[in-house]
Design a protein around this ligand. Structure first.
Ligand SMILES: *Cc1c(COP(=O)(O)O)cnc(C)c1O
Length: 319
C-alpha cells in the first residue's frame, strides 16, 4: 500500500497552496484561536482538486487519456479543471435534474457533458458503463486511495503554515476529505488531535455509521447542504473512527447557513452550506471542542453558492 506515503515528486500537482487565515473578530467572539484552511481558494472552489487532481495526474502518468465522472457538483467541476490542466478528455455524466448553469460551466471548462437518467444513480451507472466500454478511468467523488492521498496534502501544508492544533474541524459527505485529513494528521504526528466531523442532521451518514458500528445507508437525504448528500460513508471513513478520536457533531440546516454567514462576515468568503456546517460545529460550542484553544477549521468551500443563493437560504430558514 502506498496510500500513506508522500506523493511522488514525479506526479504533477494540480491544486494550489491555500492560505491559513485567521479572523480576530471571530476569535474574540468565540474565545478561541481559529485557523482557517482556505480550500475555497482552489480554482474549482473546493478542496476536491487536491484528491481528484492527484488521482487523475497519477493515472495520466500511467497513460490514461480519458476520464469519466458522474458528479454534477464539486467533484465534476474539479475533474473538468484537472482534465484541462492535464490535457486529457473528461466526460461528466449528469442526471436530468442537473441545472443548465452547471452544464454550461462544465462545457466552458472543456468537459464533455452527457445527460442520462432521472437521478444520480442512473447517471453513475452510465458513467461506469462508459468506462467499461471505452477503457476510460472512472473518477469517484470520494472513494479512492489516490483521492485520499491528494486530500492529505491539505494537512501537510497546514502543518508548515501554522501551529499544531488542539482540534481539527471539517465537514463529512462521503468521507473522502475526512480520510485524507486523518492520513495527513497521522503523517504529521497529530494522531492524538481530535477530529470534529460535522454533518447536517438531514445528511448524517457518518453519525449513522458510528451508531451502527458499520457504514449504513441513511435512506434519504434532506438537507440544504447538497455536497454532504451521500447516503452512505466510505468503509474507510468508518474504519478511521475506530482508530482515531473522531467526534461526530450534527448541526441543523439553519446553523449551517449561519456558518456561511459567519464565514462571509469574518473572512469575506462565500461557501456552500456543506462548508458552513463545519463553522457551525465550532460556533455551536459543542462538548467535543471543550478545552481546545487552537482549532484548525477546514474551509472546504464549494462552487454552488452566490449572493442570491445565500440570501435565498437565509430567507427560507430564517437566518
Ligand atoms: C465534496 C464536498 C464535501 C464532502 O466531502 P467528502 O469527501 O464527500 O466527505 C464537503 N464540502 C464540499 C464543499 C464538497 O465539495
Amino acid at each position: 500500500m502506498t496510500a500513506h506515503a508522500p506523493a511522488s515528486a514525479a506526479v504533477p500537482v494540480l491544486h494550489r497552496e491555500t492560505a491559513l487565515q485567521t479572523s480576530p473578530a471571530l476569535d474574540a467572539r468565540l474565545g478561541r484561536s481559529l485557523l482557517f484552511k482556505m480550500e475555497s481558494q482552489q480554482p474549482c472552489g473546493s478542496f476536491k482538486m487536491r484528491g481528484l487532481g492527484h488521482l487523475m495526474a497519477v493515472r495520466a502518468g500511467q497513460g490514461q487519456t480519458r476520464f469519466v465522472c458522474s458528479s454534477g457538483g464539486n467533484a465534476g467541476l474539479a475533474a473538468a479543471w484537472c482534465g484541462r490542466a492535464l490535457g486529457v478528455e473528461v466526460t461528466v455524466v449528469l442526471p436530468q435534474t442537473s441545472t443548465p448553469a452547471v452544464r454550461a460551466l462544465l462545457h466552458e471548462l472543456g468537459a464533455r457533458v452527457e445527460v442520462e437518467g432521472a437521478v444520480w444513480d442512473e447517471a453513475d451507472a452510465r458513467a461506469r458503463a462508459l468506462c467499461a466500454q471505452t477503457g476510460a478511468a472512472y473518477v469517484s467523488p470520494f472513494d479512492d486511495p489516490l483521492i485520499w492521498e491528494g486530500h492529505a496534502s491539505l494537512i501537510d501544508e497546514a502543518a508548515r503554515q501554522g501551529p499544531r492544533p488542539d482540534a481539527v474541524v471539517l465537514s463529512v459527505g462521503g468521507g473522502g476529505l475526512m480520510i485524507g485529513v486523518l492520513i495527513g494528521m497521522a503523517r504529521q504526528g497529530w494522531s492524538d488531535v481530535p477530529l470534529i466531523a460535522a454533518e447536517t442532521e438531514g445528511a448524517a451518514s457518518l453519525a449513522a455509521a458510528m451508531a451502527a458500528g458499520r457504514p449504513v445507508s441513511v435512506g434519504r437525504i434532506d438537507s440544504v447542504a447538497k455536497s454532504l448528500g451521500s447516503l452512505i460513508v466510505a468503509e474507510e471513513a468508518w474504519r478511521w473512527t475506530t482508530r482515531h478520536d473522531v467526534r461526530s457533531v450534527l448541526v441543523s440546516d439553519a446553523q449551517a447557513v449561519k456558518g456561511c454567514v459567519d464565514l462571509a462576515d469574518g473572512l469575506r468568503v462565500l461557501v456552500e452550506p456543506a462548508c458552513g456546517a463545519a463553522m457551525a460545529a465550532v460556533t455551536a460550542e459543542p462538548e467535543a471542542l471543550k478545552g481546545a484553544g487552537n482549532v484548525l477549521v477546514v474551509v472546504c468551500g464549494g462552487a454552488a453558492v452566490d449572493l442570491n443563493a445565500l440570501a435565498g437560504w437565509r430567507a427560507e430558514l430564517g437566518v
